[in-house]
Design a protein around this ligand. Structure first.
Ligand SMILES: *Cc1c(COP(=O)(O)O)cnc(C)c1O
Length: 397
């Protein structure tokens, strides 16, 4: 560890093997994975279809650069356009880069409308990544602290509050776009209401702004539709994707529609690795497997099961504030900070994560079956009860 920069407070475990929703550490201990590498391992671990696609592509061709046509990339763009109703795609390597592409599209779009200093409306408690522009767009002082000067050109408003957006529309002539997570992930699984997303669409249409959805965490079948914005029946102009897109192989994508799809010209943006044959083959296999195995419906069904069973198991337990989310993106908000729960769960062979200090976040692989969902609830409910009883006792001396 001594030669790694000190950016993560890591839990004391290293996994050596995985299969489905299960992981094994060096000692042979088995863990139920309800985090999926933070919404990345869409198909769980070691899915044969994904392994086969990666193996075959690696044997054929790993990388060639975007100076040439890449068949797998063109095929993936076709597939993403078909499932999202967007027009085209730019490929990169992470969620932050997908949002950077969205931000650059918005700025170019603004320049095209003779706006010298284009601004983007962003939300309180948003998370968009760790590059300088995306950490500026992020609504968390903790993420920004120490990295000033931040990037200019962002206007922050409260989440789920249309009146604030209307207020900005009335007074700020520099705004060119709104960037929003349809379900905020890092700040504790906070869904935008359908009315809010529809209202944003209306305002953007009226103002000539781009509506840009950061679906890096909530996108790609996790919430029971291909994209979370589809629950509201709206169509954004720009969509940022990454995490689950290639089932664990690094990839990011920025999708665009209409005028936003024609903003970039050759030379405006690029990425050496972005959309290389290996990553695109992995993404194609991931999307294909999601369809073939009915994982969109599975995410909806198992997510509802987990939320329902959790609600029953924790009914009347003092200290549980709310159970929320959609599909297999679930938050359990407690009335007190519960960061210690992740380490405690690890001891019990369960991988969970705590967001925003007091929200247990579950992002299991979309292949989780009913028995595994029930096992997750059983293990988690007893951990939560134990934690709340002990911390209440500690608080009362
Ligand atoms: C994780 C995340 C990002 C950043 O993705 P990276 O791949 O870590 O750069 C951006 N937006 C959202 C909503 C995320 O959850």
């Amino acid at each position: 560890m001594t030669h790694l920069m000190n950016t993560y407070a890591r839990l004391p475990v290293a996994f050596v093997r995985g299969e489905g929703v299960w992981l094994w550490d060096q000692s042979g201990k088995r863990y139920l994975d309800a985090l999926a590498g933070i919404a990345v391992n869409t198909l769980g671990h070691g899915h044969p279809a994904l392994v086969k696609a990666i193996e075959e592509q690696a044997r054929r061709l790993i990388h060639v650069s975007n100076l040439y046509r890449i068949a797998e990339q063109e095929k993936l763009a076709d597939k993403l356009a078909a499932i999202s109703a967007m027009d085209n795609a730019f490929f990169c390597n992470s969620g932050a880069e997908a949002n950077e592409a969205a931000i650059t599209i918005a700025r170019l779009y603004g320049k095209g409308r003779d706006i010298e200093n284009p601004a983007i409306i962003v939300m309180e408690k948003a998370f968009h990544g760790r590059t300088l522009a995306t950490l500026t767009a992020t609504g968390s002082r903790k993420v920004q602290a120490g990295f000033e000067p931040l990037v200019s050109g962002f206007v922050r408003v409260p989440f789920n509050d249309l009146a604030s957006v209307r207020l900005v529309a009335g007074g700020n002539r520099n705004v060119v776009a709104v960037l929003v997570e349809p379900i905020q992930g890092e700040s504790g699984v906070n869904p935008a209401s359908a009315e809010y997303l529809r209202g944003l669409r209306e305002i953007c249409d009226r103002q000539g702004w781009l509506l840009m959805a950061d679906e890096v965490q909530c996108g790609l079948a996790r919430t029971g539709k291909w994209f979370a914005f589809q629950h509201a029946g709206i169509s954004p102009d720009v969509v940022a994707l990454a995490k689950g897109l290639a089932g664990g192989v690094p990839i990011g994508a920025c999708l665009a529609r209409g005028i936003a799809a024609n903003t970039f010209k050759p030379g405006n943006h690029g990425s050496t690795f972005g959309g290389n044959p290996l990553a695109c083959a992995a993404a194609l296999a991931t999307l294909d497997t999601i369809e073939r195995e009915g994982l969109i419906e599975n995410a909806e069904r198992i997510g509802a099961l987990i939320r329902g069973e959790l609600a029953a198991a924790l009914a009347g337990v003092a200290g549980v504030a709310e159970i929320r989310g959609r599909g297999l993106m679930i938050g359990i908000e407690l009335e007190r900070p519960c960061g210690a729960l992740a380490a405690r769960a690890l001891e019990e062979g369960l991988l969970i994560n705590v967001a925003a200090d007091n929200v247990i976040r579950l992002l299991p692989p979309l292949v989780m079956n009913e028995a595994e969902g029930r096992e997750l609830v059983g293990r988690l409910a007893s951990l939560v009860r134990e934690f709340l009883v002990q911390s209440a006792a500690a608080a009362h001396g």
